[in-house]
Write a protein that binds this ligand. Structure first.
Ligand code: SAH
Length: 353
C-alpha cells in the first residue's frame, strides 16, 4: 500500500497535469493520456478511474494505484417550490456541509461552503452558532460544484457565490486554488465576474484576493454602519474594525458590494441608512439589502417589506446604488438554519462586462 496517493482534486489543473505527465512518462504512455485525464477532473468529471472508459483498462488500474479522486457523499437533496435546491454533503471525516443551487432565468448560481462551521459567531447567523469545525480542502470546496455536475441530469453552475457556511478569506490557502479551478477553462470555466467571494472583512484575505489578476468579485458583510453596533452583531469587528474594512474596500481595485442584513429595530433606522450610504460612497460600493432569513438568528426579527423599501429609498436618495435581495428557497432553506439561500439580486454589475 502506497503511503500517500496524490489527490488530483486538491490540485490546480496545471499542477494536476504535471503530476499526470510524470506518471504517464513512467508508465511509458503518450502524453495525450494526461490531457484525457485532466478533462475528466472538472470538465467532464469522472466518478472514478474506472469511469474513464476512454483509457485502456490497465492504465486505469495503474492510475488508481497512484492517484485518488475523492468524492463527497450526497446525504440530502431538497427542492423548493421556487426551484432552489439544497444539498447536504458528508465528507470523509463525517463532517457535513451545504450547497445551494439557485436557478434564475438562464443563470444557475451555486452558493458554496468554504468551512465546516464558522468561528465568527455573527449574532444573527445560525452557522456562527454552530462554532468552527474545520477548514475545507480544495477538493471539498470545488467538489461541491463537481458533485452537482455528476448528477443525472447534471446541475451546472453559471455563477458562484461563497455565501455558504464559513468565512472564505479565513481559508485562503484552499479558496485561492479553488478560484483557479472554478475559473480556468480546464476547470469549470466560470467567468471571474460571475464568482463572488463574500467576507466579513478579513483584511489580509481582501489584499490577497485583490492581488489575483482575475476580476473575481468581492462582497463585504457590513450589517452595521458604526463600530458600536457592528461590535455587538459581529465580534470579528474587534479584530477588523469598520474603518479598516472600508479602507480595504476602497483600496480594492474592483467595485465592491456591501451586504446588509435587515434586522428589525436594530439596524434599519434612518440614521443607519445615512451612515451606510456615507460608507458606501467612500468606497463606491454597491449596497445589497438582505431580508433576514427566518430561522436564522435567535432573537432577531426581519424588517418588514415596507421598511426595507423605505431604507433602500433613503440610500438611493443619496446617489448610492442599492438593491434588495430576493429571498429564495424559503420553504427548504433554513432547514438547517444556517445556509443563507438568498440569491444575488438582479444587479447591474453582474451583467455589466
Ligand atoms: N462568512 C462570509 C460568507 C458566508 S455568510 C460572510 O459573512 O460574508 C453569507 C452572507 O449571509 C453574509 O452576508 C451573512 O451575514 C449572511 N447571513 C447570515 N445569516 C443570515 C440570515 N439569517 N439571514 C440573512 N442573511 C444571513
Amino acid at each position: 500500500m502506497s503511503a500517500s496517493l496524490t489527490n488530483l482534486l486538491d490540485l490546480c489543473p496545471a499542477d494536476a497535469r504535471s503530476a499526470l505527465l510524470t506518471a504517464m512518462a513512467e508508465l511509458r504512455q503518450p502524453s495525450y493520456r494526461a490531457e484525457q485525464v485532466v478533462r475528466r477532473l472538472w470538465i467532464n468529471p469522472a466518478r472514478d478511474f474506472d469511469d474513464m472508459s476512454e483509457l485502456p483498462a490497465a492504465l486505469r488500474n495503474e492510475l488508481a494505484a497512484r492517484f485518488v479522486l475523492p468524492r463527497l457523499t450526497l446525504a440530502v437533496r431538497q427542492t423548493s417550490t421556487d426551484g432552489t435546491e439544497k444539498f447536504l454533503f458528508t465528507m470523509a471525516d463525517g463532517q457535513s456541509i451545504e450547497t445551494v443551487a439557485i436557478p434564475d432565468g438562464d443563470r444557475m448560481t451555486f452558493c458554496i461552503s468554504s468551512q465546516a462551521g464558522c468561528a465568527l459567531a455573527c449574532a444573527f447567523c445560525a452557522t456562527g452558532a454552530m462554532g468552527f469545525q474545520r477548514n475545507l480542502s480544495v477538493h471539498e470546496i470545488a467538489g461541491q460544484v463537481r458533485e452537482l455536475a455528476m448528477l443525472v441530469p447534471p446541475v451546472r453552475a453559471t455563477n458562484i457565490v461563497f455565501m455558504g457556511m464559513g468565512e472564505p478569506l479565513m481559508n485562503w490557502r484552499a479558496v485561492s486554488p479553488t478560484l483557479t479551478i472554478l475559473n480556468s477553462p480546464e476547470g469549470f470555466g466560470i467567468g471571474a465576474r460571475h464568482i463572488t467571494v463574500s467576507t466579513v472583512g478579513v483584511l489580509p484575505g481582501i489584499v490577497s484576493l485583490g492581488q489575483r489578476p482575475e476580476q473575481f468579485r468581492l462582497a463585504i458583510s457590513i450589517h452595521a454602519p458604526n463600530d458600536e453596533l457592528r461590535q455587538e452583531l459581529m465580534p470579528v469587528n474587534t479584530k477588523f474594525p469598520l474603518a479598516d474594512v472600508i479602507d480595504a474596500a476602497a483600496a480594492f481595485d474592483r467595485r465592491v458590494t456591501f451586504e446588509y442584513v435587515m434586522l428589525g429595530g436594530v439596524n434599519d433606522k434612518r440614521v443607519h441608512a445615512d451612515e451606510l450610504a456615507s460608507l458606501a460612497r467612500d468606497c463606491k460600493a454597491f449596497v445589497n439589502l438582505i431580508p433576514l432569513h427566518p430561522g436564522g438568528g435567535l432573537g432577531f426579527h426581519p424588517t418588514p417589506r415596507d421598511g426595507i423599501h423605505q431604507f433602500a429609498n433613503w440610500i438611493r436618495d443619496t446617489g448610492v446604488e442599492v438593491a434588495i435581495r430576493r429571498s429564495r428557497g424559503l420553504d427548504i432553506s433554513a432547514a438547517c438554519g444556517q445556509l443563507r439561500v438568498e440569491k444575488i439580486g438582479r444587479r447591474r454589475e453582474l451583467t455589466a462586462s
